[in-house]
Design a protein around this ligand. Sequence first.
Ligand code: ADP
Ligand code: ASP
Ligand code: MG
Length: 404
Amino acid sequence: MGIIVQKYGGTSVADAQRVRNVAERILYTQSKGHQMVIVVSAPAGKTDELLALARGVAKKPSSREIDMLLATGEQISIALLAMAINDLGGKAISLTAAQVGIKTDDIHQKAKITEISSRRIEEELSKGQVVIVAGFQGINSQNDITTLGRGGSDTTAVALAASLKADLCEIYTDVDGVYTADPRLVPNAKKLKEISYDEMLEMASLGTKVLHLRSVELGKKYNVPIHVRSSFNENPGTIVKGGALMEQGRVVVGVAHDNKISKLTISKVDDKPGVAAKIFARLAQSDINVDMIVQSASKEGLADISFTVNKEDALKAEEVATSMIEELVAQSVERDDNKAKISIVGTGMLTNPGVAAKMFSALANKKINIEMISTSDISISTVIPASDVEIAVQTLHSVFELDK
Ligand code: ADP
Ligand code: ASP
Ligand code: MG
């Protein structure tokens, strides 16, 4: 039988007992005749702990050294899991990204996988080994260690599944599937049996962290169905796939939220051609992804430009914008880290008018102020104060009857 790629997230390998449980699960599946390639994340909390260490020794640690440090978290998990499998009588070998040959571009902390060599993995599989690969990491053109961005182990798994032409890619996490909203915020959220790549892409890009965005992009590109499920039970999870879906056409499939965003405003810039181009080109040169952008109506030839970025990039974005104040003849740059983005997602929106109005009035009824709005074909997003996130997600979940 063919290759199965399984990825276990941080909570699934958080302590010795859980590592042993995972080892047993892997050996059980292998005993059915499958070749097993396993991707693991760092133990829960480890990556944050390492980041805190970095901040303890330097105000602005370089991205290269951060990657060198963070990659060690995944190395703990691969070694422990291989030991546990061997102890249970199985055969396992752990491999770092460098040993496998997972090549990335040169952008530290958000590197993209460019190439995977399958030779070493295939060699080990043919010896009957369970192959355990460190998630989240790669090596760049200089052979330096890179990381793929927070949550990036999912992407390692899907990329390996695509390159090995695996039969199945399973993502094991601490929830048993993709829900209509984060079950931590909405206790009556419903598990989706399946979701299309496009809807999942939209959910992931709008903050639903159950899958790393790049992993869904790769799943779609290489047509790898992704099964999201729990390592703590046997429940069927959610299949992320292409093609016709049974429940396709629902107006809204889910509510996504992202409370890790910051809003920056550059006040009173000259309202003339080329100004926005200059600002956003400079931000892009610093590898800052800008999300929403709003420009106020011009008053006496001056306008305010507001935009949102990931909280992680906020300080850098503020520095870049501040460094341009003179050049732009702007008045000031303001940064606000207490914002959140709430979005509704669904392909059915394409053909159903009135969805935006329904969303905005539901938020207004709860006295939630909408500060920015953006739309795509299959989603509508709003920026609101971070303190209103929970109530906003619950309200939209119930107004669009996702609990039904
Ligand atoms: P892992 O460490 O296994 O990669 P993550 O923390 O990255 O796990 O992702 C799982 C978490 O995603 C869940 O605990 C859940 O709180 C969160 N989440 C947010 N939105 C959703 C959703 N719509 N469905 C399922 N989980 C969600
Ligand atoms: N350990 C990394 C993180 O915490 C990668 C992952 O868990 O996917 O972001
Ligand atoms: Mg994750």
